[in-house]
Write a protein that binds this ligand. Structure first.
Ligand SMILES: *[C@@H]1O[C@H](CO)[C@@H](O)[C@H](O)[C@H]1NC(C)=O
Ligand SMILES: *[C@@H]1O[C@H](CO)[C@@H](O)[C@H](O)[C@H]1NC(C)=O
Length: 346
């Protein structure tokens, strides 16, 4: 079974490149891309060095060094350009870039050589996330991209990452950070397990179906909780508490219910809302200026929310690299472009 999954992964990557390409490609070109893709397409990033004020992180203790800021990002073949731009943006705005440790979650192919050649000095570890872990729990959603197994990897960070990693910042692949990530890292979570910007004016009702709200087994879930919407693309996670309270299993329980009852329409977000809404440590909105990808259907252009900006997030169906390539970018997409390391861009 496994090789079939892998093969279809290659195939969809080739297909994505076909769709991105302005001119028709012959089949032999497709196989050439397929075999050369992991090494060929990204420029090497500049080397980012710690400034004098940084405490040395100590290479000997490796991933367990107490000075590291831990960041987890997935590397998906379709979002690779976004993930690489995100890493680039973090390094560019860090005073102590050598103190950032990246945990890359991969599924279908080995992208380690690509990421190492793009960022030769990066502190990193690659983790393999088996799609089979979550595949049986995924139900169809409004947008196919939301059904990718890697989209659910954020629920498994506590299992995947080294036990000595006690806190991690999880970031989606369609964002850039324009501030020092250490400020986000140092956010206090109080007694909470996760922290994220909350949006209390958003009506949480619409994230769940009539079947959810009319079933007395479910419709009291948010009772007595000051439940606010939050976006799961930027989260600070206390992995120790997560492990202790078994949140992975709690989220999986809701996914099992969803398979049978259809209680929501979106992908990985609603089970997080069910478990955490009302129990989230609020983080400044500047750390997730989300929605820049537009809605889930048309990908229309969006503007920033009011207030300061430390992170721009192209959540929604429109992605800046696709819109820039199509020569029909949204105004804010030009803020993403300087972090792009893709060779064929511009
Ligand atoms: C939230 O949305 C539901 C369904 O669309 C509606 O019935 C309800 O009045 C809304 N609540 C608020 C506070 O706007
Ligand atoms: C929950 O579902 C029950 C049974 O369908 C219904 O009687 C009740 O009014 C619902 N409660 C809410 C808060 O919607």
């Amino acid at each position: 079974m496994l090789w079939i999954t892998r093969f279809s992964g290659f195939f969809s990557a080739a297909l994505a490149l076909l769709l991105l390409s302005p001119s028709p490609l012959s089949f032999s070109t497709v196989s050439a891309i397929r075999s050369s893709y992991p090494d060929a397409d990204f420029r090497e990033s500049p080397t980012f060095r710690n400034s004098d004020e940084c405490r040395y992180s100590g290479e000997d203790s490796g991933v367990c060094s107490p000075y590291y800021v831990h960041v987890a990002i997935t590397l998906d073949i379709d979002y690779l350009r976004g993930s690489i731009a995100a890493v680039n943006s973090i390094l560019q705005h860090s005073i102590c870039p050598e103190n950032v440790f990246f945990h890359f979650i991969v599924s279908e192919i080995n992208l380690e050589s690509l990421i190492r050649s793009t960022f030769p000095k990066l502190n990193l570890k690659i983790y393999y996330f088996a799609p089979e872990t979550v595949q049986p729990l995924i139900s169809s959603s409004v947008r196919q991209a939301l059904e990718q197994p890697l989209n659910y990897a954020r629920n498994y960070l506590a299992d995947l990452l080294e036990p000595c990693v006690k806190r991690v910042i999880y970031l989606d692949s369609d964002l850039i950070v324009v501030d020092d990530i250490v400020k986000l890292w140092k956010t206090g979570l109080g007694p909470r397990t996760i922290g994220a910007p909350e949006y209390c004016h958003a009506n949480i009702t619409k994230y769940f179906t009539g079947a959810f709200w009319s079933d007395k087994r479910f419709n009291g879930t948010f009772k007595g909780r000051n439940s606010c919407y939050f976006n799961t693309g930027v989260m600070v996670i206390d992995l120790k508490k997560w492990r202790r309270f078994g949140f992975t299993k709690r989220i999986e329980k809701w996914m099992e219910i969803q398979k049978i009852e259809r209680i929501y329409e979106l992908g990985s977000l609603p089970p997080f809302l069910l478990v955490f809404a009302g129990h989230v440590a609020p983080i400044s909105h500047r750390w997730n200026q989300h929605g820049l990808g537009g809605d889930n259907v048309r990908g229309s252009c969006r503007d920033l929310h009011a207030g300061p900006v430390s992170l721009l997030h192209w959540s929604g169906s429109g992605k800046p690299w696709l819109r820039l390539d199509s020569k029909l970018p949204c105004p804010l997409d030009t803020l993403w472009a300087p972090y792009d390391l893709y060779k064929h861009s511009h």
